[in-house]
Design a protein around this ligand. Sequence first.
Ligand SMILES: [Zn+2]
Length: 331
Amino acid sequence: MNHTWANIETLQPRVAKMLIRSIEKNRLAHAYLLEGSKGTGKTKVALLLAKSYFCQNRDDGRAEPCLICMDCKRIDNGNHPDLHMIEPDGLSIKKQQVEHLQKEFTYRGMESKQKVYIVHHADKMTASAANSLLKFLEEPEAPTLALLLTERANAILPTIQSRSQPLSFQPLPREGFLQSLREKEIPNVTAHLLASLTTSFEEAIVLSEGDWIAQARTVVIQLMSELYERPEQSFFTVQEKWVPLFKEKHEQELGLEMILLWLRDLFYTQVGKDVETFVDQTNVLQQQALSSSQEKINKSMGAVVKAKQYLHAHVAHQLLMEKLLLDIQEG
Ligand SMILES: [Zn+2]
């Protein structure tokens, strides 16, 4: 629970360095937009920033809060009187939610004049809620720090975007992600596939439920192996194994993504880099790399991207796959 800037720096180096410097120089902006996918540390950073902001024992010119004073403790316990969390009420964050907090401040004897707002899912703010919050930031007698968190930066209202400083959270390093998946007893080869398909830990866990992902992986390997060895066989595999397994549109999309990942591994093999996804297939990939070229692989990847676009047109899936196999063969 007790995060420090030193350990945030290993998780999100760019964001940490930026904030540490601003705290040390006493030059924090009024509003930050923390953007990045789930599980990248946005809430951790917001809470730590609130500690640095309120901590009574923090030395001038140092970013780390003491973690033991009343302010630091209260932030940990979720009952700091000047730190406010706003979350969507139903589908949106409404003006009344922000106004309610404003009133609360006025009525209650406040401990300090400083306030911090942490807004979760800030993309869900209505325009009037956003304006109401932004008005706070301009009151010089009550210093306010707004930390707006979002997984969907492009859905943030332009008024918020133009008045807050963006902090872009990077997906967690692959090795850490793999380690967390293995701790959930997901087999290593499946973990590698999941880590290539998504940067969201929650999504990876959902995908790993049941044995669909393992079956899908097996079919992709079979299909791609046949395509380079005995291409006529691959059409039967599409009909007999692919079509029954990749039924829903999102499954078909994942299937094409896996083919793309195979081709990317093939490309890595071709240029002498380590295989990233199909880590137990290096022998097959090396064989295929011998009879392929970078140009051919690039063309094949282009064909898969095109097939992904056609998923949303009304094309029978088997037809789409057969066309793709032909495109990859001809390269
Ligand atoms: Zn403290």
